[in-house]
Design a protein around this ligand. Structure first.
Ligand code: CUA
Length: 333
């Protein structure tokens, strides 16, 4: 019986370690900071009952070891089960309510971004006055400005979660949820879909790139510009027949039939860091693999295999490689 003691200590220690791992995220915005503060309050208050329970277990084991009788004291139930629980839970309930109320971002100078979930990628539209600037999968944001993310979905329920910036919120077909966020510092933050949405749910990633406000304005201006490409008519026709019905390259086609919005906007595709909702690097080789075998790379996604021969694939890759509207400024760091 004496061997039980180290095991108890090891188990309690492991439980504490696992709990602490949940708090490794460094908050990078006021929303995440409020949630993190609440998490730490719950962590430290939670340690109190853990310590008491561990102390009781150790005490009982020691008494058993000495073969003494155990006390039968109902006061433990009253004080431990009711009074102590109330004392611990009331501050948590109050702080949870305070945190909920505190999560809105105040400020008149705001940016509105529509984020729409698709199986398995993110459609992103910036509302800039009367202008709508569409892109996909890389969410560029200004720092130090409240941002209203208008969330909806085209197919099933998704959920956006950028742990360093805010908690998660669902993207639901037929309704719009608003998530107010703000980012403190320039940098790259990883987001993802946090609601099981199909075969490739785990491959639905979102990269958030935060810029200083001036830099963001320049980025948005470049993103709003139409594509500037120089290709032969035959190449354009190959692209239009294979990719055009689902994707858009703004400013290239006169006929809207070649400006589909079922797949991600490709206008400045070459300026993005990654492809396939950020699961492959944006290289010619990876893009070729994605186009030839989309279901192999990302099972269950809506992009069909369009049966391109080698010549047609080369035409399309040549065309897509020109969609680098941000020049040298974007895409590397
Ligand atoms: Cu979208 Cu999970």
């Amino acid at each position: 019986m004496g061997r039980i003691h180290p095991r108890i200590v090891a188990t309690a220690g492991l439980a504490l370690l696992v709990s602490a791992c949940g708090a490794v995220v460094e908050p990078a915005g006021p929303g995440a900071r409020s949630i993190s503060d609440l998490w730490w309050l719950m962590f430290w208050l939670g340690l109190i009952p853990i310590a008491i329970v561990v102390a009781f277990i150790v005490a009982i084991a020691l008494r058993r070891h000495k073969e003494e009788s155990r006390p039968n004291d109902q006061r433990i139930v009253v004080y431990g089960g009711v009074v102590l629980s109330s004392l611990l839970l009331i501050p948590v309930i109050v702080m949870t309510a305070v945190t909920q109320l505190d999560l809105g971002m105040s400020g008149d100078d705001r940016l509105t971004v529509e984020l729409t979930g698709h199986q398995f990628w993110w459609d992103i539209v910036y509302i800039d006055g009367d202008e709508r600037v569409r892109t996909a999968n890389e969410l560029h944001l200004p720092t130090d400005m409240p941002i209203d993310l208008h969330l909806t979905s085209i197919d099933v329920i998704h959920s956006v979660w950028i742990p360093e910036i805010h908690g998660k919120m669902d993207l639901i077909p037929g309704q719009t949820n608003t998530l107010e966020i703000q980012v403190d510092d320039p940098g790259i933050y990883q987001g993802r879909c946090a609601e099981f949405c199909g075969l490739s749910h785990a491959l639905m990633q979102l990269t958030v790139i935060a810029h200083p406000p001036d830099e963001f304005e320049s980025w948005l201006e470049a993103e709003a510009a139409p594509a500037d490409i120089d290709v032969e008519t035959g190449q354009l026709q190959t692209y239009a027949n294979s990719c055009g019905p689902c994707h858009t390259i703004r400013g290239v086609f006169d006929d809207p039939i070649f400006e589909g919005d079922f797949g991600p906007d490709l206008t400045h595709l070459a300026s993005r860091r990654q492809i396939g909702a950020n699961i492959l690097p944006n290289t010619r080789e990876a893009l070729g693999r994605w186009i030839i075998d989309p279901q192999g790379v990302k099972p269950g996604n809506r992009m069909p295999d369009v049966n391109l021969d080698a010549g047609a694939l080369t035409d399309i890759l040549d065309l897509l490689s020109q969609l680098d509207g941000h020049g040298e400024a974007e895409g590397n760091d």
